[in-house]
Design a protein around this ligand. Structure first.
Ligand code: ZN
Ligand code: ZN
Length: 232
């Protein structure tokens, strides 16, 4: 997931608050002192009596925890654009000093995981990618092939960020992760591969010696494969 998408997802999250005032996404507000343009991720205005209560919301997609200097930076931004309150939304927690600082100045810290963020903006989300943990898998690669008059079909999808491909063979129920270099043999004797983001299933010709060796083979024992839980 790109940071712009994370910012968008945070906007969607607060858009649900639209009945309590006005929510604007990704806007420019002039700095009250210098007049320079300041970018604000989400801006939420509420009418409280005679006063317009203004909340600045900052989206932070991070690999590291939010630290004190992030809090200070957002406090300065909130002051520069005359916000009454600031909220930081992040995917990845915060340090203890950061929490102390935030509590002291009345800044709210909120978690929105990448998983929850993709729920808000990606319609075709299948599940979160377990390889990169950074994005979701889209169910865009399903198909079927006929073997001996029987139709074999599969569900498949690709991670939007790392391009890992997930296959779920409906014939045997086998599940695997494959990519351009790795193929997977399922119990139905199909070899699964990826070429240019498309999934291919090829019937493996029976060979006497191969059959003895490999018929008892358990899927997911290939070191290039990962055993995974697929959603229902
Ligand atoms: Zn991925
Ligand atoms: Zn199979």
């Amino acid at each position: 997931m790109k940071w712009q998408e994370y910012q968008d997802a945070v906007g969607e999250l607060y858009n649900q608050m639209n009945e309590f005032g006005i929510v604007k996404k990704n806007i420019i507000i002039p700095d009250k002192v210098t007049g320079q343009a300041r970018q604000v991720d989400v801006w939420w205005e509420m009418q409280l009596g005679d006063h317009t209560f203004k909340i600045l919301i900052d989206a932070k997609k991070r690999k590291e925890k939010i630290d004190v200097k992030d809090i200070e930076e957002i406090l300065m931004l909130a002051d520069a654009v005359n916000a009454d309150k600031a909220i930081i939304v992040t995917n990845n927690n915060w340090t203890e000093p950061a929490e102390k600082k935030a509590n002291h100045v009345g800044l709210d810290l909120r978690i929105l995981t990448i998983d929850e963020a993709t729920d808000l903006i990606v319609d075709e989300k299948w599940f979160m990618c377990k390889v990169c943990n950074e994005d979701c898998v889209i169910l865009d690669n399903d198909g079927f092939l006929a073997i001996d008059g029987l139709v074999n079909w599969w569900l498949g999808g690709t991670c939007r960020t790392c391009n890992t491909v997930y296959v779920n063979c409906q014939g045997c129920g086998g599940k695997a992760i494959i990519n351009n270099e790795t193929t997977w043999k399922c119990i139905c004797n199909l070899e699964w591969s990826v070429f240019e983001n498309r999934i291919f299933a090829d019937q493996i010709e029976d060979e006497e010696d191969e059959e003895d060796e490999e018929s008892d083979e358990i899927p997911f024992k290939d070191e290039n494969q990962l055993e995974i839980e697929f959603p229902e």
